[in-house]
Design a protein around this ligand. Structure first.
Ligand code: HSE
Length: 405
């Protein structure tokens, strides 16, 4: 049997242990010796769990065991996950993770340690939850020049936006629901302020470019400022509001990358990606558009992606599974040069100036919209032009980009 350990017995970690138990028969079809969880590392004990006899509080037990060849790091956060991962890889123990924070911050370094020690560092579950996305990019699309990756990369915020759209409830109310359903992270800020999808688009951009695109360099906007009034206008325009990660390769070889809410037309497939589901487009220069769709968060979907990596490692013990991601940092293209059409809400007091500055922009009327404001969609303009234009107004109540594909 392939012996493994799980670090962190939270939602995803416990999902991994249960999945391996329940699907052992299926697993042995491709890993004939089977996979056994020998250790679970957690600070807590779980007296009510059938797996409590495997719990250890000392990471050294796992490192010194000698039989453990794969570790699942489902702790989340940078430390101690980073230290534990480095120690395991340095001993030739492969590590599979759902920890996008660690992957986005230290992915290339950990990949190098894995390579030097003939083991692997895999992180399918770090982007898109249960959707097989990174392995297709690394294994099935290596013949492609991937020129764009974009989509809905955060299940929690997609759930919140769907509830705001369908039930007409406020952001705060929808966030509370997401927390009650266990979708939102402990700290909802990572989801609602866009940091989580920003890390995911950084990982995807790095994988398609083969270099490091740092999430700190990516313009990042969340959804906490989206209101029920915005949804009223979106409905009137037959559009949905979706939080997207977008990465496009420009003609000069640089990448334009952004995380922000976008208005999405009803005939775009991302429009119908609802609830906790993620939907991601990958555009290759030969294959054209591919769309990946599935549950982007949740215990078993995420555990499924982690275990798919464990099985890949189990089939490759003593070998490194290569992932092209160099530590050379690549600066993203100037975000101020990106062009969009923008949905804007401005106080009616400044209506005359709005008509002058945004000449030719269609005005949007929505039933029940506040009477003291003017809403319109600009013509295509760069971020710099937009910033210059709005800086002359006293209050811009809202500004949302339109997805142009
Ligand atoms: N908080 C994340 C989400 C979990 O909602 O998508 C999966 O990465």
């Amino acid at each position: 049997m392939v012996q493994m350990a799980v670090l962190g017995f939270g939602t995803v970690g416990s999902g991994v242990v249960e999945l391996i138990d329940r699907n052992q028969e299926v697993i042995t079809k491709t890993v004939p010796d089977g996979i056994h969880v020998k250790y679970i590392l957690d600070l807590r004990d779980f007296p009510d769990s059938p797996y409590n006899d495997r719990v250890t509080h000392d990471y050294q037990d796992i490192l010194d065991d000698g039989e453990v060849s794969v570790i699942c790091e489902t702790m989340g956060g940078k430390e101690p996950a980073f230290t534990f991962t480095k120690k395991a890889l340095a001993r030739g123990i492969s590590v599979c993770t759902s920890n996008k924070e660690l992957v986005a911050a230290h992915g290339p370094e950990l990949l190098q340690i894995a390579k030097a020690n003939n083991c692997s560092y895999l992180f399918e579950a770090s982007v898109g939850g249960g959707i097989p996305l990174l392995r297709p990019i690394n294994a099935c699309l290596t013949q492609e020049d991937i020129t764009a990756v974009f989509g809905i990369l955060n299940g929690t915020t997609n759930y919140i936006l769907t509830r705001m759209e369908k039930a007409g409830i406020s952001f705060e109310h929808a966030l509370k629901e997401a927390q009650e359903k266990g979708y939102a992270e402990r700290n909802p800020e990572a989801d609602v302020e866009g940091h989580d999808p920003c890390r995911k688009i950084a990982i995807l951009s790095s994988l398609i470019s083969g270099r490091t695109i740092r999430y700190e360099d990516i313009p990042c906007e969340g959804i906490s400022h989206i209101t029920t009034d915005d949804f009223g206008y979106a409905r009137a325009m037959n559009m949905a509001i979706k939080l997207l990660g977008v990465s496009r390769k420009l003609e000069d070889g640089s990448y334009s990358v952004r995380t922000a809410p976008f208005l999405v037309r009803s005939d775009h497939p991302l429009h119908s990606v609802q609830d906790v589901f993620n939907g991601v487009f990958v555009h290759g220069n030969m294959v054209d558009d591919l769309m990946f769709y599935g549950r982007g968060a949740g215990k078993f979907p995420t555990a499924s992606a982690v275990v798919s990596d464990v099985m890949e490692c189990a089939r490759n013990i003593g070998r490194n599974i290569p992932i092209l991601w160099a530590d050379e940092v690549m600066q993203i293209a100037d975000p101020m040069k990106e062009s969009y059409r923008y949905f804007i809400r401005i106080s009616k007091e400044e209506e005359a100036k709005a008509h002058e500055v945004f000449k030719g922009s269609p005005v949007i009327h929505a039933p029940g919209a506040p009477e003291d404001e003017l809403a319109f969609v600009t013509l295509s303009m760069t971020e710099k032009e937009l910033q210059d234009a709005v800086s002359s107004f006293k209050t811009v109540k809202q500004c949302i980009r339109l997805l142009q594909d």
